[in-house]
Design a protein around this ligand. Structure first.
Ligand code: ACM
Length: 278
């Protein structure tokens, strides 16, 4: 199975231009599954809720979802792509999965980062694991990596390849994904963007270095910091089904959940913070 990332530099607010650029990069790629960055069609550095409200689209009826589905069909590829979703009056930082047969699922980012909390609702659907025939894929978006529970939940639910659209501005994620993959024995594709956005008196520089990591924590592919490119590797997704480390240790079988129940609670020290809780 061939999996990969599409790394590029979206221009804020120019959805048609960004769709064209992504499609041009996908055009030259032979893969079964490709992951695009977070908010790949709109750009990331939002200055008001009205601004992103005007750019957000319905899923699967909006133009981005329809265009991705058409590309997936024509290129016979599965695509996971980050985009702003409008659902009624609510906005979500979402990622959609489309297959050559059409729309499959939408994931709404669970752990919102920084000012995303001003524009978006926190995801309400948990972490999806989807059977795409060749393997089971899980989806999370950018900052979700900071919470090991995200990849653990995906892995316990059977994900073999974790698709991870991102807009990273700090250098830690790529190194962390080595451990995330190792501790869950899954593959991961982190698709980051490049470039700098200067808007509303703020500036963000995105760090590229999209990465594919295997079940043993090996980095199979890493993009440069600034290049627009597609990186593809061949994997055997069955390897992610084997959680046996040695004759004595099974990664999931050896867990002792009765000793970690506390990690599902909320410590008193964070009561009253801004996060909406379930
Ligand atoms: C991020 O979640 N975009 C850092």
């Amino acid at each position: 199975m061939k999996i990969g990332y599409v790394q590029f530099n979206p221009t804020f607010g120019r959805v048609e231009r960004n769709l064209d650029r992504a499609e041009a990069l996908i055009e030259g790629a032979q893969a079964d599954l490709l992951v695009l960055p977070e908010l790949f069609n709109t750009g990331y550095l939002i200055t008001s809720r009205e601004e992103i409200g005007a750019l957000a689209e319905e899923v699967p009826g909006g133009r981005t979802a329809r265009r991705l589905a058409a590309v997936a069909k024509r290129r016979n590829v599965h695509l996971v792509a980050g985009m702003a979703e409008r659902s009624g009056a609510k906005l979500y930082n979402s990622a959609i999965l489309v297959s050559p047969r059409g729309f499959v699922a939408v994931y709404r980012k669970v752990h919102l980062f920084f000012e995303e909390k001003l524009w978006f609702e926190p995801g309400d659907g948990g972490f999806p694991v989807l059977d795409i025939g060749i393997c089971k894929v899980g989806v999370m978006v950018c900052f979700d990596w900071f919470f090991p529970e995200s990849m653990r939940a995906l892995s316990l639910n059977g994900a073999q390849v974790v698709c991870h659209p991102a807009n990273l501005v700090l250098p830690y994620c790529q190194t962390a994904m080595v451990t995330r993959c190792l501790e869950n024995r899954v593959f991961a594709v982190t698709a980051n963007r490049t470039g700098t956005e200067d808007r509303g008196g703020k500036s963000l520089h995105y760090t590229g270095k999209s990465q594919i990591t295997d079940t043993a924590g090996n980095v199979l592919s890493r993009a440069g910091e600034d290049e627009e490119c597609v990186g593809i590797v061949d994997i055997e997704p069955e390897k992610a089904l084997d959680k046996q480390l040695n004759p004595y240790n099974n990664l999931f079988g050896d867990r002792r959940p009765s000793f970690y129940r506390d990690i599902c609670g909320v410590p008193p020290s964070v009561e009253g913070t801004t996060t909406k809780r379930d």
